[in-house]
Design a protein. Structure first.
Length: 69
C-alpha cells in the first residue's frame, strides 16, 4: 500500500475513534449505555495492572536466577 494512503487511512481511523468515543457518552439503547471512552479507560487500567504484574514476575525470576549462581 502507498505510504501516503496508509498515513491518511490511519489518520481517518484515529479521528473516527476519537469522535466515536466523544459522542458515545450519551448513546443509549434498551437501557444500556454505550460509553466507549469509559470502556477504553477500564481496558487501559487493566493493561497497566498486568504490565506491572509481569514486570514484577520478571524481576523475581531474575533474582532467583541470580541466587542460583
Amino acid at each position: 500500500m502507498n505510504k501516503w494512503a496508509e498515513l491518511f487511512l490511519g489518520l481517518i481511523l484515529l479521528i473516527g475513534a476519537i469522535l466515536v468515543a466523544g459522542y458515545s457518552a450519551s448513546w443509549e439503547l434498551l437501557g444500556r449505555n454505550f460509553n466507549f471512552l469509559s470502556a477504553a479507560w477500564i481496558f487501559l487500567k487493566g493493561g497497566l495492572f498486568w504490565f506491572v504484574v509481569m514486570i514484577g514476575l520478571l524481576f523475581i525470576m531474575l533474582g532467583i536466577s541470580d541466587l542460583r549462581d
